[in-house]
Design a protein around this ligand. Structure first.
Ligand code: NAD
Length: 274
């Protein structure tokens, strides 16, 4: 093959032959990251909740993005440690390897701490923090043996700063930044990197659905909701888009990410610069 064509193809698909797991990738940020990784040539294991028809549609769309990679779905409930471990073990059984692990699945609950329901606290810690510990633990040994691994934890601006009424979420997200640093140190000599991406507000269906409801509840316009309520702390006054997070995940997973490890990278329009 013409060398120029070969190098152009590698540039277009820097993750060819890589196998990636993206947790919580049936919607929102996880789906955006899965799409970017598939476009970059990786085979992707999709995970998350949803109707079977929607999941089949998502997998079909992702499958079309790269002719040489494979897309499979694994329905592990990551609230359960054995299923989080099983997600990684089943991927290794199926593909023989796991190169990229994106811990993205997460939930939120907003309440003053004195009335915060304990079951919501436990669920947030289980999914937003403990699941990432179990999947990382399950993947780390093989990554180390292979001399290649990329673990990417989707934290939040709330992994770096706090807001009131989000005690469980902020605790979990600060926790995952600590986990990121520890795994990075353990993987450093083995070409296993671990980084946290810390988004501010991202344009997802979850956010879109809040806008009209908030506008109605407060008697203000959509534009006022976006600028003065949702993006009050975000100086650039725009939502990040899932493609921006996908591009960062591809960078961290590819050759350009080799020396980037142990970081918590804000994608927050300046929020945490305050
Ligand atoms: P989302 O609700 O669109 O997606 C969450 C995903 O997690 C879905 O695929 C859902 O099916 C999956 N999930 C939920 N419970 C699960 C379980 N028990 N087992 C397996 N999967 C499960 O949310 P999103 O906005 O895309 O958020 C994704 C991540 O990004 C979360 O960790 C969130 O904290 C973080 N984040 C989001 C924003 C934002 O503005 N949207 C900002 C900062 C950080």
């Amino acid at each position: 093959m013409d060398m120029q064509v070969q190098s152009k193809m590698d540039f277009d698909r820097p993750l060819t032959e890589r196998v990636a797991i993206v947790t919580g990738s049936t919607s929102g940020i996880g789906l955006g990251i899965a799409r970017s990784l598939a476009q970059a040539g990786a085979s992707v294991v999709i995970n998350g909740l949803g109707e079977q028809g929607e999941i089949d549609f998502v997998c079909g769309e992702l499958d079309k993005l790269c002719p040489v990679s494979r897309v499979v779905y694994n329905g592990a409930n990551l609230m359960k440690p054995d299923e989080a471990t099983g997600l990684v073990e089943e991927t290794i059984k199926d593909f023989g390897r796991v190169d990229i692990l994106v811990n993205n699945a997460g939930i939120q609950h907003v309440s003053p701490i004195e009335s915060f329901p304990p079951d919501k606290y436990e669920a947030i810690i289980a999914l937003n923090l403990s699941a990432a510990w179990y999947t990382s633990r399950a993947a780390f040994g093989l990554m180390k043996a292979n001399g290649f691994g990329r673990i990417i934890n989707i934290a939040s601006a709330h992994g770096l700063v706090a807001s009131p009424f989000k005690s469980a979420y902020v605790a979990a997200k600060h926790g995952i930044v600590g986990l990121t640093k520890t795994v990075a140190l353990e993987g450093a000599e083995h070409n296993v990197t671990c980084n946290a991406i810390c988004p501010g507000y991202v344009w997802t269906p979850l956010v879109e659905n809040q806008i009209d409801d908030t506008a109605k509840a407060r008697g203000i316009t959509r534009e006022q909701v976006i600028r003065d309520v949702l993006l009050a702390a975000q100086p650039n006054k725009r939502f990040a888009e899932v493609e921006e997070l996908g591009a960062l995940a591809v960078l961290l997973s590819g050759p350009g990410g080799q020396s980037i490890t142990g970081t918590a990278i804000p994608v927050d329009g300046g929020w945490t610069a305050h």
